[in-house]
Design a protein around this ligand. Structure first.
Ligand SMILES: Cc1cc2nc3c(=O)[nH]c(=O)nc-3n(C[C@H](O)[C@H](O)[C@H](O)COP(=O)(O)OP(=O)(O)OC[C@H]3O[C@@H](n4cnc5c(N)ncnc54)[C@H](O)[C@@H]3O)c2cc1C
Length: 372
């Protein structure tokens, strides 16, 4: 069996690449280890940069996002008992789109199936050969001109690229809940608090997505729903404002990591998305970077210039790495509780809410820098 581009993984990176190449008449085959059901219900990211929302529209998969997604014009920063709004639209003239990764995956999967193109669920790839372009999976082999390694951080492709690794582990994680209750706030709230960081986010007008900072190896069994709500209330409390609770549909702990493997390519194999880099979710960049990688990869496959793929991606990757690290270290309670660090965090937060220049820099990075 042969194809032009073999894609390993049907997450946002693999599915978007399949769609972009389909529109250019390039043949692709997608392999996915998990079931369609599993992929479409795995709760993860939910903030799309405007440029990513635009790309999905241009690729013909933006209709439901435009109907059901929620455009936000900014975020709130909360610290020292005050909540401040950063108005991105006013600062830099663009905002973000709230639309769950689950929904992006559903839209892209539906479009691929409607086009009748090959996508093999529950077919884990066992190995890839960057020299010959062969993908080996349970029960067969596929020869490809190009292999796109879109199989995330725990996939098989990452190990097939001899890369220099840059890593940072954080000594904390996020306990996240998905709750069936209308969000209590109009836009995302990032709260710095002495008990630890909290984030109030959402997935839809009926679904709230809330997080509290916990230890990186926290056992979720220690967090009954009441404890989560109490902690969220303590960390986001504000006079005259109330956090409404509701049934918790999902609960889990995510560790925090920064990781970049350089280069992102070897032979016929090109890594994209979490297979090549990880950011802590504080900057809402993971999904956006994955889509940016495959935009560059699709262009290079169609127009040539694959040799420059890794270098082109890494400019944006490192910008996002820095932004995500900076947001993370500014907003979280740092273990050890050094009072000097604490004052630096508060000073930085105050600067963001009093200096238009500082606020504009955050807004530009958060909504997606245009030129890197
Ligand atoms: C628990 C969690 C919460 C997150 N929350 C946020 C958030 O709030 N905000 C944010 O911006 N980002 C978040 N992220 C990051 C964001 O979801 C990722 O950056 C994004 O999913 C990257 O897309 P991807 O397509 O590169 O990888 P993935 O979405 O990981 O997709 C990779 C796919 O490859 C498949 N696969 C793996 N191995 C194989 C194999 N051997 N053969 C075939 N298929 C294989 C996997 O099943 C998966 O479907 C979160 C990530 C996690 C893990």
């Amino acid at each position: 069996m042969r194809t032009q581009v073999g894609i390993v993984g049907a997450g946002p990176a693999g599915l978007t690449l399949g769609r972009l190449l389909e529109l250019q008449g390039i043949e692709t085959v997608i392999f996915e280890a998990r079931s369609r059901e599993y992929c479409e219900h795995r709760i993860r990211a939910g903030v799309l940069e405007q440029r990513v929302a635009d790309l999905l529209r241009e690729a013909g998969v933006g209709a439901r996002m435009d109907a059901e997604g929620i455009p936000h014009g900014g975020i709130h920063l909360q610290f020292a008992g005050e909540r401040h709004h950063l108005d991105f639209e006013e600062l830099i003239g663009r905002g973000i789109m709230i639309y769950g990764q689950t929904e992006v995956v559903k839209d892209l999967t539906a479009a691929r199936l409607e086009s009748g193109l090959p996508i093999h669920f529950e077919t884990p790839v066992e190995s890839v050969d960057p020299e010959t372009g062969v993908i080996r999976y349970a029960g067969g082999e596929l020869e490809c001109d190009v292999i796109a390694g879109c199989d995330g951080f725990h996939g098989v492709c990452r190990g097939a690229v001899p890369a220099r690794m840059f890593e940072r582990e954080y000594p904390f994680g996020w306990l996240g809940i998905l709750a069936q209750v209308a969000p209590s706030m109009d836009e995302l709230v990032y709260a710095h608090h002495e008990r630890g960081f909290a984030l109030l986010s959402l997935r839809s007008p009926q679904l709230s997505r809330y997080y509290v900072q916990v230890a990186h190896d926290e056992d979720v069994a220690h967090w009954p729903d009441e404890r989560v709500w109490d902690e969220l209330r303590a960390r986001t409390a504000l006079d005259g404002w109330e956090l409404h609770d509701g049934p918790v549909l999902e609960k889990g702990v995510t560790g925090m990591r920064s990781y970049v493997g350089e280069p992102m390519q070897h032979g016929r194999l090109y890594l994209a998305g979490d297979a090549a880099h990880i950011v802590p979710p504080t900057g809402a960049k993971g999904l956006n970077l994955a889509v940016n990688d495959v935009r560059i990869l699709a262009e290079a496959i169609v127009d040539g210039g694959l040799e420059h793929y890794s270098g082109q991606c890494l400019r944006r990757v490192w910008r996002a790495e820095h932004f995500s690290w900076w947001m993370t270290t500014m907003l979280h309670r740092l273990p050890g509780g050094d009072p000097f660090d604490e004052q630096l965090q508060l000073s930085q937060l105050r600067y963001l809410t009093t200096s238009e220049t500082a606020a504009r820099s955050l807004a530009g990075n958060y909504t997606g820098i245009e030129t890197v």
